[in-house]
Design a protein around this ligand. Structure first.
Ligand SMILES: Cc1cc2nc3c(=O)[nH]c(=O)nc-3n(C[C@H](O)[C@H](O)[C@H](O)COP(=O)(O)OP(=O)(O)OC[C@H]3O[C@@H](n4cnc5c(N)ncnc54)[C@H](O)[C@@H]3O)c2cc1C
Length: 594
């Protein structure tokens, strides 16, 4: 998107919505759609001689990455005026168009995403070119909260109790609930106020626009004996209308909330388009004392007198650690990177796979305004189809395939309407039910491709490889639960039917075997990757990279705080938990340095 056009939009955003202003949004939407159609990521090579090297001033703390954890940490540390903080972010600021919730599906195909791909998979991604799946991760101020589906989930209380069982003091549900309460600003009626809060940085509302579909799905659940719940409340298993991290119908990323509140503080410096290439660690004292980064054609060394905190996300955090000599010694030596500390960085990758192949048609229930009408609705009334990524209902289910003893769900079903940005009228509504595997038993591995900081790492999600095929069984059971919902009277009265072109590779197979084949061919990651710099009890957990205070084991003055540290998968999506990891990291840092 042209910079001038963006600036015009930003300037216009402060004025009353004139015709010209509405038109600029309509054009912005068209432009974003075009970018998404044609955008192709180009890999560059790092040639050190092409950069001027310069020293910058000293900071107390340097934070790498402005995702949900990094932004929370930047905000909380900058509350202490005598501390000087540098926040480095490789991506750039959102635009008013990217903040329109309905644009979510386009953002994944623009420079706002890193364009990662997995390595060739043997048991999944079989329908993809070279059996490599796309793996979405945002490159933007605010991290993936600038591009995600904006559905707010905490996970299940028992997930965190499992963390604590790993000898991780301070990480059980009762320890973390106060953080979840602190971050929330929940403007959703009928929530249990003992478990929800107002006044935090994470504004929660229902998506401002919905169709009757959500209500029908709740009724369908009722027919099948599935309770309607607040999945962030006391009982998670059941069906619900999603809780959204939007505000007045716009995306409300952590860049707008946590950083927006902190930006005026003179002790916080935020640099965008700044790619950290290495953590500077003394090989003798094993102390992190700064970060090297690229910005505007310069290679800059910034010093940290207190700590470096890596919050570059579950893909780039392990990559940066390994580029800095922290990782499996033999792998680093093979790439001629001097090892500083031998740790299982990149191991224990957990990929919450999603199957997108359940598409349905229903008789039309909604009015289909034009794009211009939708923009007017958004700008004048903070409403209309542009205020939602289309998510109408969500269910957390424990399927018959689950071998879990506790009352934990193994799949998430997300009911999502298509065609939010309408250009013509349709006779039918279309929706899909996305089935996500919450607790993959298969474990992947992330490693460096080479020592070039501009090259993507090798992401082997190793999905659907667990020997007992529990992952595949859960996915198929989730698909069958979705099909059962579609067969209920509540959905049948909308004329719901499967819109089903069988996958060519699976077309000769029927029933469960077909779905197994379809999952192996077309299920992909939805952006929830975790565990690549896993937190664990010192001396007990051989795969642990950080301890319970988020300190990198064996390296001083270095912490990791983001989805990489998640030691046991969460029954939900990771924005909420990652913000809480950031809040807790800030708390621990303050405890250690005050
Ligand atoms: C398409 C999509 C939809 C999703 N929908 C939801 C949802 O609805 N709800 C939900 O809870 N979760 C959702 N998620 C998942 C969720 O957004 C992530 O799991 C969550 O943001 C945690 O991510 P992270 O810790 O890996 O950090 P990220 O959010 O990935 O942030 C890391 C940041 O660090 C920056 N960075 C990386 N490397 C460097 C470097 N070397 N130098 C400087 N900066 C760097 C990145 O550009 C990025 O801004 C979705 C994800 C995707 C991709």
């Amino acid at each position: 998107m042209s910079t001038i056009f963006l600036l015009t939009l930003i300037a216009a955003a402060t004025c009353a919505p004139t015709d010209e202003f509405v038109e600029s949004f309509v054009k912005g939407i068209e432009e974003m759609e075009k970018i998404a159609e044609t955008y192709q990521y180009k890999q560059e090579n790092f040639v050190p001689e092409h950069y001027n090297t310069s020293e910058t001033s000293e900071y107390d703390f340097i934070i790498v990455g402005s995702g949900p954890s990094g932004s929370a940490i930047a905000n909380r540390l900058s509350e202490t005026p005598e501390w000087k903080i540098l926040l480095l972010e490789a991506g750039y600021i959102e635009s008013p168009v990217s903040q329109i919730p309905a644009m979510e599906k386009y953002l994944q195909h623009t420079p706002y995403d890193w364009s990662f791909r997995t390595t060739s998979q043997k048991h999944s991604c079989l329908a993809m070119e070279d059996s490599k799946c796309p793996l979405k991760k945002a490159k933007a101020l605010g991290g993936t909260t600038a591009t995600d589906q904006m559905i707010y989930t905490r996970g299940n209380r028992q997930d965190y109790d499992k963390w604590a069982d790993l000898n991780l003091k301070g990480w059980c549900w009762d320890d973390l609930l106060p953080y979840f309460m602190k971050i929330e600003d929940a403007h959703i009626p009928d929530l249990d106020r003992k478990l929800h809060n107002l006044g935090g940085h994470v504004h929660l509302e229902r998506f401002q626009h919905s169709t009757p579909l959500g209500k029908h799905v709740l009724e369908a659940g009722h027919e099948l004996g599935i309770k309607t719940v607040d999945y962030n409340g006391k009982d998670q298993i059941g069906v619900s209308i999603p809780q959204a991290t939007t505000k007045d119908g716009r995306r409300n990323s952590v860049a707008q909330t946590y950083l927006g509140h902190a930006i005026k503080r003179r002790n916080l410096e935020i640099r965008t388009g700044a790619l950290a290439t290495k953590i500077l660690v003394s090989p003798h004292t094993k102390e992190a004392n700064g970060v090297q980064y690229l910005q505007d054609g310069k290679l800059i060394n910034a010093k940290a007198t207190k700590e470096v905190i890596v919050s570059a996300g579950a893909v780039n955090t392990p990559k940066l650690l390994m580029l800095s000599g922290i990782g499996p010694k033999d792998e680093l030596e093979a790439l001629k990177i001097e090892p500083v500390c031998d740790l299982k960085v990149g191991h224990h990758l957990k990929d919450q796979l999603t199957f997108y192949g359940l598409n349905f048609i229903a008789n039309s229930t909604a009015k289909h305004p034009t794009v211009r009408e939708s923009v007017e609705e958004l700008l004048h009334h903070h409403n209309g189809p542009l205020t939602t990524p289309g998510a109408e209902a969500v269910a957390y289910l424990k399927t018959s395939a689950s071998k879990e003893k506790l009352d934990l769900p193994d799949v998430e079903l997300l009911v999502t309407r298509g065609d939010r940005v309408k250009k013509e009228t349709h006779e039918h509504d279309r929706f899909s039910i996305e089935v996500t595997l919450l607790h993959p038993k298969s474990t992947g591995k992330l490693s460096l491709h080479d020592a070039d900081p501009l090259h993507h790492p090798l992401i082997d999600t190793n999905s659907l490889t667990d020997p007992d095929e529990e992952d595949l069984h859960s996915m198929v059971a989730g698909i069958k639960a979705a099909l059962k919902l579609a067969e209920t009277h509540s959905l049948q009265k909308l004329g719901v039917r499967l819109d089903h072109d069988k996958l060519p590779a699976c077309k000769h197979i029927e029933d469960d075997e077909y779905w197994r084949c379809a999952v192996r061919h077309s299920a992909v990651n939805r952006g929830n990757v975790a565990g690549t710099a896993r937190m664990g009890g010192e001396h007990q957990d051989k795969e642990a990279v950080v301890d319970g205070r988020l300190k990198v084991m064996g390296v001083h003055r270095l912490r990791v705080a983001d989805a990489s540290v998640v030691p046991v998968t969460i029954s939900g999506n990771l924005v909420g938990p990652s913000i809480v990891v950031g809040e807790r990291a800030a708390h621990l840092i303050k405890e250690d340095w005050k």
